[in-house]
Design a protein around this ligand. Structure first.
Ligand code: PEP
Ligand code: MN
Length: 360
């Protein structure tokens, strides 16, 4: 993919992270202007606001539509901030370009649908918008190929100022986050497409304003290229996503307190220490793999014995006993409940698969 470097998008100078801040939704002209005026800051480059809102349930606030674009233009004219919004259809693209948006993004509910992404790509070409930067949010389901495919569709029509936004993945389980981050997915994205800037959206990942700082810091530690943070002049009164929005003052404070990491440790003593620790990790990982393989061999042995005496593969009481014992031990060693469960479920599933294979 031919991608233009983020530095040449006309939004941010140098290597500092791109800051995109603004309300989930544009609600009224006053709310938009009131929020924007306190976001004039060196770390904020683009003022964001949703104009058309994709909502899970009908009847929720679905955005103010076209008039909101005029308010965004007013923000740019009055405060000098660049402005951007989400587009999902040909009509959105037409109106956004007519109103000279500086940045567009494709929402998580749109990235999942190749027809919709293609419609956006074709509209960008049709209405002369190929030079406008476009960011593609990850699809709501953890599907890396679908995410990359959406960028490929845009790139194929000629969009070269292309970036990605990591906003977490929808889950049925009740967890701490509104959308699980699954950091390995954006990391793998960066490995596959190293020239595409990766922006983190800690607001949609967390769903809670108190987690925004920590998620942002994790993203910067992972060398993300920017942040998209939802901010509202009166967060609790927001018409959408109230619990995850912060005041403009707080948003700016978050960007000021974040610590930017260097790409590689700058002094050789630090580098040596990191290298030595990495060797230890390599060594430990090799041992983990060898021991799991050994465990599978034992499981197969059990499988053979079960087959000979015609015993069922899964024995629920035994499994419950394992879970309890390993869980208690792992917790006492400081491992998390969630990790322990996942680890042993995966190990157990692999054992069952092995035994099942033997039974055939
Ligand atoms: C948004 O940015 O307000 C939004 C709707 O986000 P997402 O597409 O990530 O759900
Ligand atoms: Mn939102």
């Amino acid at each position: 993919m031919e991608i233009i470097d983020l530095k040449n998008w006309g939004l941010v100078n140098g290597d500092i992270p791109l800051g995109i801040v603004g309300p989930c939704s544009a609600e009224t002209e006053e709310q938009v202007m009131e929020t924007a005026k306190d976001l004039i800051h060196k770390n904020v480059h683009v003022f964001r606001a949703g104009i058309w809102k994709p909502r899970t349930k009908p009847g929720s606030f679905e955005g103010v539509g076209e008039p909101g674009l005029k308010w965004l233009r007013k923000v740019r004219d009055t405060y000098g901030l660049k402005v951007g919004t989400e587009v999902a259809t040909d009509e959105h693209v037409r109106l956004a370009l007519e109103n000279e948006m500086d940045l567009l993004w494709v929402g998580a509910r749109t990235t999942v649908n190749p027809f919709a992404v293609q419609e956006i790509a074709d509209a960008l070409k049709k209405y002369g918008g190929l030079d406008v930067p476009v960011l593609v949010k990850n699809p709501i389901n953890p599907d890396l190929e679908l995410w990359i495919g959406a960028l490929e569709r845009l790139n194929a029509v000629g969009v070269k100022k292309l970036g990605a936004i990591h906003r977490g993945f929808s889950t049925y389980e009740k967890i701490k986050y509104r959308n699980v981050p699954k950091w390995q997915i954006p990391i793998e994205f960066k490995r596959r497409l190293p020239n595409v800037p990766m922006i983190c959206d800690p607001s949609h990942i967390s769903g809670r304003r108190d987690l925004i700082f920590d998620i942002s810091q994790t993203a910067l530690n992972l060398e993300f290229n920017g942040l998209m943070i939802e901010s509202h002049c009166s967060p609790d009164d927001a018409w959408s996503d109230a619990s995850q929005q912060v005041t403009p003052k707080k948003a700016v404070e978050i960007t000021e307190e974040l610590h930017l990491r260097n790409h590689a440790a700058d002094n050789s003593q630090t580098q040596r220490k990191i290298n030595a620790l990495r060797k230890q990790i390599d060594e430990l990982d090799h041992r983990i793999i060898a021991m799991i393989a050994q465990r599978m061999d034992v499981a197969k042995e059990i499988g053979k014995t079960k087959k000979e005496s015609n015993v069922a593969v899964l024995q629920v009481e035994r499994w419950e006993e394992i879970i309890k014992d390993r869980h208690d031990m792992a917790i006492s060693k400081g491992l998390s409940d969630e990790f322990t469960k996942k680890l042993f479920e995966a190990v157990h599933q692999e054992s069952i698969n092995n035994q099942d294979e033997l039974m055939k």
